[in-house]
Write a protein that binds this ligand. Sequence first.
Ligand code: FES
Length: 106
Amino acid sequence: MTEKNTWVLACGADEIDAEDVVRFDYGDRTFSVYRTVDNEYYATDGYCTHERVHLADGLVMGHLIECPKHNGRFDYTTGRAKRKPVCVDLQTYQVKVEGGNVYIAL
Ligand code: FES
């Protein structure tokens, strides 16, 4: 996180089920915010890097998010593309949980 980043309130921590994802729109940007089974939170860009599809409509399996369109997969903790057809990594964002809310650094 650089000096220019700002913490933006994305959602309540309880608004995401364990091993699930929610969509968060901010201005003209869209993000996916994830919660692991261990109650850790992560955030990535909201669109798949293959086509403009919301990853929040996909399936979370462990630390992977599976895109709903062509079943490409990413590790949402690192952004790494894990299964074709995706080959471009996802942008990830720093996350913090404070006062029962999830904030991402934008
Ligand atoms: S749009 Fe996500 S894998 Fe094709």
